[in-house]
Ligand binder design. Structure first.
Ligand code: NAP
Length: 428
């Protein structure tokens, strides 16, 4: 039985029962093995108690998962207080890590899968990422507690086919911006993503020179366990582009393609991409999110991850600064308003509300200077900036002013934030 193939022609399958776990296939195949990170695990026994099929066991050293039994039901995922349970490695079929291997580990082995080691990032992705991250002075590293990302599993010339299962407008009916929440389902193909990663979409057809359209990058807007928990799907936040940067009418090829798609449509996807704009996973870690418009996609993913884990009371604050033209133009305005106050502190900045002064995220940051400086100095607080290129300078100036007000020096603090992997910028 041959399943969907990855960029190197390997068959990729979950080790679900219905795909015949570890059964030999006519080609080399890769399977995803569920593993527990021994570095983060606090040995609380919750996962073993929650597992309905006794796939989890332990010795005096580590908690481990029996590959042959685990069916990825995910009953163990939510209750795990640290996220240690939320790990996996792609392994060659028939060669999973044994229980003895897992008992001996101090930390998870680095991914050494051929699909990760052997392929270089597509040129487009490298170019776009360099521009997006230029605001932090080059590439950053992920927070020390971030989960391990999978990158570049599907190359643009060997994309995976996903099925569109949802396309919902998330700006008001009277809004000028048509921003949509797009849900893609990957069926039985492994397409693991973390909050903060992006994927490539390849629109069908050719450009003016008769060449196939190149892929466009979109940030994932859903948390790692799917738009719908336990489903193999993810979501994107897509704005229908109708004008260029100068305001001249133009029709964005990929955004219009996606925004017009109907349920059941097949979409060519490559990626995932991004290994640094990742959220911290350790209990007590706080996140300051600053975004404009559709730059809210990764923030939605991180917030949703935290919302789903609220009952675990892991602590840490969520602080959001979100800029849009007006409430009806702000993606996810309704759902954001319904979030519990104890989960997230939301600060909207609206720039085009009649009879009201123009406000940008940096104005709101200044208003909240006491909390902002406290969080900048907190070693457990991680800062994420995503959206329009223009906001970078304004946010930087706001941080500098706030530091000055509170006897701190932004010029000295910023390199510290960078060295601690606490400052992440992706602006376009
Ligand atoms: P937009 O609607 O044009 O603008 C959002 C808000 O930002 C508006 O209130 C705007 O105010 C304000 N703004 C403009 N210049 C600013 C500045 N210098 N400082 C602070 N705020 C400023 O935004 P958009 O069209 O959604 O664009 C979002 C950006 O995010 C795009 O560049 C996109 O590429 C990027 N992005 C998208 C994704 C995705 O997955 N879709 C992911 C990451 C990033 P005005 O009233 O002055 O216009």
């Amino acid at each position: 039985m041959a399943g969907p193939k990855d960029s190197l022609g390997f068959v990729i399958r979950f080790n679900y029962n219905e795909t015949v776990m570890n059964a030999p296939t006519e080609t080399s195949s890769l399977v995803r093995q569920h593993l527990i990170d021994p570095e983060i695990c606090i040995r609380c026994n919750t996962c073993e108690e929650m597992c309905p099929i006794d796939a989890i066991t332990h010795d005096g050293r580590n908690y481990v998962i029996k590959f042959e039994i685990c069916n990825w039901c995910n009953d163990c995922m939510g209750p795990c207080p640290t996220g240690a349970i939320d790990n996996s490695r792609t392994v060659a079929s028939g060669q999973p890590y044994s229980l003895e291997d897992q008992y001996s580990w101090d930390s998870l082995p680095a991914p050494t899968n051929p699909e990760i080691a052997a392929t270089e990032l597509p040129e487009d992705v490298t170019r776009i990422t360099e521009i997006a991250q230029s605001g932090q002075g080059g590439p950053s590293s992920p927070p020390w507690s971030a989960a391990h990302p999978y990158v570049n599993l599907f190359a643009p010339n060997k994309p995976v086919t996903a099925t569109l299962t949802g396309n919902f407008r998330i700006t008001g009916e009277d809004a000028s911006a048509d921003i949509r929440h797009i849900v893609l389902d990957f069926g039985h193909t492994t397409f693991p993503v973390l909050e903060g990663q992006s994927i490539g979409i390849i629109p069908p057809g050719t450009d003016a020179n008769g060449k196939p359209h190149t892929m466009r990058l979109y940030s994932v807007a859903s948390p790692r366990n799917g738009e719908r928990p336990g489903y193999n799907n993810l979501s994107l936040t897509v704005k229908r582009v109708t004008e260029d940067h100068e305001g001249k009418a133009t029709k964005g090829i990929c955004s219009n393609y996606l925004c017009d798609l109907e349920k059941g449509a097949q979409v060519q996807v490559c990626g995932p991409y991004g290994s640094t704009f990742l959220m911290p996973n350790h209990p007590g870690s706080s996140i300051m999110m600053i975004c404009t418009g559709t730059g809210s996609a990764p923030m939605r993913a991180m917030t949703e991850r935290r919302r789903r884990r609220m009952a675990l009371k892991e602590g840490g604050e969520l602080f959001l600064f979100f800029g849009a033209r007006a409430a009806n133009e702000l993606p996810y305005f309704g759902p954001l308003m319904k979030l519990p106050k104890e989960l997230i502190d939301i600060n909207f900045a609206f720039s085009r509300v009649p009879n009201q002064p123009k406000q940008y995220v940096q104005d709101k940051i200044r208003e909240r200077h006491e909390d902002v400086v406290r969080m900048l100095k907190d070693e457990n607080c991680y800062i994420y900036i995503c959206g329009l290129k223009g906001m970078e300078r304004g946010v930087d100036e706001a941080f500098r002013d706030i530091c000055r007000m509170h006897g701190e020096d932004w010029e000295k603090l910023l390199p510290v934030l960078r060295s601690q992997s606490r400052y992440h910028v992706e602006t376009y």
